[in-house]
Ligand binder design. Structure first.
Ligand code: TYM
Length: 334
């Protein structure tokens, strides 16, 4: 008898450009995990509006992210692929979980504190509730595994706390999920402009990040400009955060270990290495961009994928939600 496949859930926000950090930390693993697991992946548009979005751009970005998922290799025949706002159960479970989540724990979340500081003119309830919605995403599907970058670890811990708290109060209901965070430096790709900061699409300096839509010249230019450290030796070390970050990126796109990279560039300087990093990235991204452009032209196909995905996701989510409603005592007919 075959072992039952583990359930897996993850999502990405359609809040603008997707960076190679998102790709290395998360999306790449979505693809790798799809054969061995029951995978459900969402475009997290409900999360995206916790910071200001231009409505037309949000619609466009949602479609683009769906096309990007498929262009990266996520197979809609193998996985459930959907848009979060198409499945109302996410908001419904959030309401219930809100009643067991404490403002103290939510206001302590690092991301809430960072985003509140960055968007001081728009510190809204949604921003604070962001991790509860994230917990709902995961718990609705009884996911055992959640592939994310290191920056989401704290949100995963909160998800686990809420699941355990609910299970203790109302009896066993939710699977308590585990994060799946890439080992080593791939879990947190750093900014090219400031290697002490996480690479982020919201960075004001566009030289700090490479997006999955950047063309080859832009990629190579950004790599050449990447802040490196004193010296000229291609070697991963704690006191060389800039070079170490480029070695991690090079490794992610070529499959080479840090040692192999160090050997390959022994005796060569930063200049040669940076161009090689840019080329390795472009070798992967350019065909992906062509595939994405092709998929985007077929809107009917994308609409069908989203519709089929939302139906499949709803079926699973409804099952969990009705269990939750029963446990908390909502009258559902006798
Ligand atoms: P988002 O869109 O901000 O990020 C998507 C994924 O990319 C990872 N990531 C990185 N990994 C490595 N290095 C980086 N510099 C880097 N920057 C971002 C993030 O960790 C994330 O995995 N809140 C989620 C979206 C979400 C979600 C969920 C995830 C909504 N519901 C349920 C898992 C389960 C987020 O950060 O999206």
């Amino acid at each position: 008898m075959g072992e039952e496949k583990k359930k897996l859930f993850s999502a990405v926000q359609p809040s603008g450009a997707v960076t190679i950090g998102n790709y290395i930390g998360a999306i790449r693993n979505f693809v790798r995990l799809q054969d061995e697991h029951d995978c459900i992946y969402a475009v997290a548009d409900l999360h995206a509006i916790t910071v200001k979005q231009e409505p037309a751009a949000l619609r466009r970005n949602t479609l683009e992210l769906m096309a990007l998922f498929i262009a990266c290799g996520i197979d809609p025949e193998k996985c459930v692929l959907f848009v979060q706002s198409h499945v109302p159960a996410h908001c419904e479970l959030t309401w219930v979980l809100n009643t067991i989540a404490y403002p103290g724990e939510l206001s302590r979340m690092t991301q809430f504190k960072d985003k509140s500081a960055r968007h001081a003119d728009n510190v809204n309830m949604g921003l604070m509730d962001y991790p509860v919605l994230m917990a709902s995403d995961i718990l609705l599907y009884q996911a055992a595994l959640v592939p994310v970058g290191a920056d989401q670890k704290q949100h995963l811990e909160l998800t686990r706390d809420l699941a355990i708290r609910f299970n203790n109060r109302y009896s066993d209901t939710f699977t308590v999920p585990e994060p799946f965070i890439p080992k080593g430096s791939g879990a947190k790709i750093m900014s090219l402009a400031d290697p002490t900061k996480k690479m982020s699409k919201s960075d004001e300096n566009p030289n700090g990040f490479i997006t999955l839509s950047d063309d080859k010249d832009t990629i190579i230019r950004k790599c050449k400009r990447a802040v490196t450290d004193s010296g000229n030796e291609v070697r991963a070390a704690e006191d060389k955060p800039g070079v170490s970050n480029l070695i991690a990126i090079y490794g992610a796109f070529t499959g080479k270990s840090a040692e192999e990279t160090e050997r390959e560039f022994a005796g060569k300087g930063y200049g040669d290495f940076k161009v090689a990093v840019g080329e390795a990235i472009a070798d992967v991204l350019v065909p992906m961009q062509e595939e994405k452009a092709r998929i985007l032209k077929d809107k009917q196909f994308l609409n069908d994928v989203m519709k089929k995905g939302a139906e499949a996701a709803s079926r699973i989510a409804r099952r969990t939600l009705s269990k939750v409603y029963r446990k908390v005592g909502f009258y559902q007919g006798e």
